[in-house]
Design a protein around this ligand. Sequence first.
Ligand SMILES: Cc1cc2nc3c(=O)[nH]c(=O)nc-3n(C[C@H](O)[C@H](O)[C@H](O)COP(=O)(O)OP(=O)(O)OC[C@H]3O[C@@H](n4cnc5c(N)ncnc54)[C@H](O)[C@@H]3O)c2cc1C
Length: 457
Amino acid sequence: MERKHAVVIGGSIAGLLSARVLADHFERVTLLDRDVFPAEPVFRAGVPQGRHLHVLWTRGLEILSGLLPGFVDDLLAEGAVDLRIPRDFLWLTAEGWRERFDTDRMITFSRGLLEWTVRRRVLELPNVTALTGIEATGLLGARNVTGVAFRARGGAVPPGGKGELRADLVVDASGRASKAPAWLAGLGHSGLRETRIDPLLGYASRTYAIPDGFDPGWKALYLQADPPLTRRTGGLFPQEGGRWICSLSGTGRDYPPTTEAGFLDYARNLRSPVLYEAIKDAEPLSPITSFRDTSNVRRRFDRMRTWPEGFVVTGDAVCAFDPIYGQGMSVAALTALELDRTLAERRSAHWFQKRARWCAAGAWLVATGEDRRYTETEGPPVRLHTKVINAYVSKAVAAANVDPASQAALLDVLALKALPTSLFLPGTLARVLTNTRPPKTSPGELSTSHISGVTKS
Ligand SMILES: Cc1cc2nc3c(=O)[nH]c(=O)nc-3n(C[C@H](O)[C@H](O)[C@H](O)COP(=O)(O)OP(=O)(O)OC[C@H]3O[C@@H](n4cnc5c(N)ncnc54)[C@H](O)[C@@H]3O)c2cc1C
């Protein structure tokens, strides 16, 4: 393959990180997006999930910091909030309250700020150009891919105008609604298998001003459901600009309402009243918006019998997760590293798809395994081993609530620093199975020591 020109379809997190690594291997990189990018760190229509709580787990943060040196300083300079997890959190797990060990770092921000910060850095690269207001409509080529067909939606190219871009490599990072399956079939590459596991989850979110002088001893709240008994989760995280983002969600079609009274009532009925107490008199800064396209979807491009050279698929277009576990952006970051490796080692496009599958494997196990706890979740039948693993994970969560080493092991899995199988390593297994300490307080109650106390790890 010549390495003159690469085109990336989609300028969200997966597309931007792909462009970042492609810039090291190609003379020119063109990033296409159907949106015109805003000049400020604000919401844009092509990323409708942008109005909802987004966390970036440690592995994702590490990769972004490696690809874009100074990235964390950029975020903090714009007002992102530097937290320790779980020390700065009140975290109600399915097994009770988590003690506030000081285990790891988490920077919190709006999704708009994160993407804008990454985009600014990537578009500063001298060989990366963005073509915005452009929608990719198909692939060029016969068996192999030689470029992209597009239509203009506004921006620099007049709306309705059509065109083609030739490229040595096309990367599809157009998200869950990617047309790659149909485009591949059009080139004669068929037989794609897709697995969908849908917990029928909906989000509703709104931002609030953090009240002046607010200092109850915590900075973020995370109140999880206790499946299958309860299905509602609530998160209240600080963002730049002295704001909170409050995201409520429910599985099994227990969707949070978008009316003023309904939203507050839903918050009041979480497993603890602490989130409701915080927001009930806080000043709302946004309308309440909802989002429901949240199923786990995995497309097995890695298993297709034939695959074109000159084309790869990445990000949510390969594997999209129930977002409540906060994994998609970190998996996109892991996959960008594999794209870099594929190009450095001069591997085939299909080899990359196999690596992309592995990048998503741990997160897929976590998200689909947890979602299988809900009886309403739609998908293939639940197997016995999933039930056994879930019973063990419940014990691991209970141990993590009271034991710093178990907490660190579990957080490493959530933060994509370790594979889920690491929870079965002998040291962790022994701690989990021998843990008999009950949680500090029973769910729904919050002792004073829990609000203000920090347990040293
Ligand atoms: C409610 C919600 C909450 C989430 N919370 C988290 C979280 O806490 N942590 C986390 O890590 N992840 C979270 N995610 C997932 C995260 O948003 C995605 O994994 C992440 O954005 C990476 O996706 P992507 O770049 O592959 O695609 P997307 O973010 O969906 O972006 C696709 C891009 O492609 C563009 N595009 C689409 N089609 C075309 C086309 N034909 N031509 C040109 N451009 C096109 C779009 O405009 C968009 O810019 C959440 C998702 C949802 C739905």
